[in-house]
Design a binder for this molecule. Structure first.
Ligand SMILES: Cc1cc2nc3c(=O)[nH]c(=O)nc-3n(C[C@H](O)[C@H](O)[C@H](O)COP(=O)(O)OP(=O)(O)OC[C@H]3O[C@@H](n4cnc5c(N)ncnc54)[C@H](O)[C@@H]3O)c2cc1C
Ligand code: SF4
Length: 339
């Protein structure tokens, strides 16, 4: 049976493996962390349906177990060719084709020093909020409830200063979702979302955004927050410009949530460098660049190497899963008739 190495056991890689099994191929998922699931492991409820993330995770991991897919955990891939992958330490895993589904990295909010992440208490990222929601422990540093919360959009996205020019696509809707979750947890709190543009691209997203304003009383302010600083009473003062009325503004809040972007996975540069001129090309944002963005969006241009999920651009879970299935189909077409 033909063997296919799948790099990464996130939603895209798991679906690729499941679809490969259905096509009579033998996938091996190579995952560098200690468990399958990718970022999905950390999420609480998924936009736009508010489905508990663990339900999607359990469904995918359950199917992987039932299908008997071979999984190598704690194993990092460092190089890729159409004949297999090179593992950390130099060991080779031979395969007839490879699906690269190694995903994205979270932007490190410490690089936007002006927002005080890891400097001041009560500055969090959307990732921190998902983890706190999962623990059922959303609160200020001292355990008290926030009375005023501000969300800052586009942190580490659309920002030349940190070399992240792309839009991360999912953070606007994540900010809307978390603002609604905060309203449910803290009915008395005032909640503000500071945005540059609101990008509600998916089904049901615009409706969720409308509902956040009309039913949940979330305030959306078009403006960029320039900095946060501590006040004498332990709160945070943010400075922003309301770009709709053209006025600078200051606001004191208890909790600041940074909508961190999706940045290109750290492995992409290694995969590209391992094969100089050999086919894995990167876009200017560092994501892998498929041969074209229409019929060839899972094709690398390198024989036997295919892409799935957020390794090539910010995407939702549904889109990543769809690409996993599509990459498997392209692998099966490629291997058909080969010895
Ligand atoms: C704060 C936040 C909230 C989100 N909430 C939602 C939501 O509610 N709904 C939604 O649809 N989407 C949401 N998303 C987007 C969602 O997380 C992605 O669409 C999804 O995780 C993409 O799956 P993936 O398999 O492409 O990548 P990942 O989830 O990044 O998985 C990639 C896997 O590859 C592994 N890997 C990486 N490099 C290597 C290597 N070299 N060797 C071996 N293994 C490797 C990683 O450890 C990881 O397990 C959210 C994103 C963020 C940032
Ligand atoms: S999705 Fe929204 S918050 Fe995220 S980068 Fe794009 S515009 Fe900014």
């Amino acid at each position: 049976m033909k063997k296919v190495a799948v790099i990464g056991g996130g939603p895209a890689g798991m679906q690729a493996a499941l679809s490969l099994v259905q096509m009579g191929l033998a996938p091996v998922i190579v995952e560098c962390s200690s468990a399958l699931g990718g970022k999905l492991k950390d999420w609480h409820q998924l936009f736009p349906s508010m489905t508990p993330a663990h339900e999607v995770l359990d469904e995918l991991t359950g199917q992987i177990a039932d299908a008997g897919v071979e999984v190598m955990l704690h194993t990092e891939v460092e190089g890729v060719t159409g004949q297999g992958v090179t593992l950390a330490g130099g060991r080779k895993l031979e395969a007839d084709a490879v699906v690269v589904a190694s995903g994205f990295d979270i932007f490190d909010a410490r690089l936007k020093e002006e927002y005080g992440y890891h400097i001041y208490d009560n500055v969090f990222t959307t990732v921190d909020v998902e983890r706190m929601l999962n623990k059922g422990a959303v609160a200020l540093h001292d355990g008290s409830a926030p009375r005023r919360i501000a969300f800052v959009h586009c942190v580490g996205s659309r920002d030349e200063k940190v070399n992240q020019k792309h839009c991360s696509k999912v953070c606007c809707i994540t900010g809307v979702k978390q603002a609604m979750e905060m309203r449910t947890l803290f009915p008395e709190a005032e909640i503000f979302n500071f945005y540059m543009d609101i990008r509600m691209f998916g089904p049901g997203y615009e409706e969720m955004y409308q509902s956040a304003q009309q039913d949940y009383g979330i305030n959306f302010i078009r403006g960029r927050v320039s900095e946060a600083s501590p006040t004498i009473d332990g709160r945070l003062q943010i400075k922003a410009e309301d770009t709709l009325v053209g006025r600078p503004m200051k606001m004191t809040v208890d909790m600041l949530v940074l909508l961190v972007g999706m940045k290109a996975g750290g492995s992409n540069a290694k995969f590209s460098a391992a094969l100089p001129g050999g086919g894995i090309t990167l876009s200017s944002s560092g994501f892998v660049a498929p041969v074209d963005l229409f019929a060839g969006n899972v094709s690398s241009g390198l024989e036997g190497v295919f892409y799935a999920g957020t390794v090539s651009a910010p995407k939702t879970i549904g889109e990543s899963i769809d690409e996993g299935a599509m990459a498997a189909l392209r692998v099966a077409e490629y291997l058909k008739g080969r010895k």
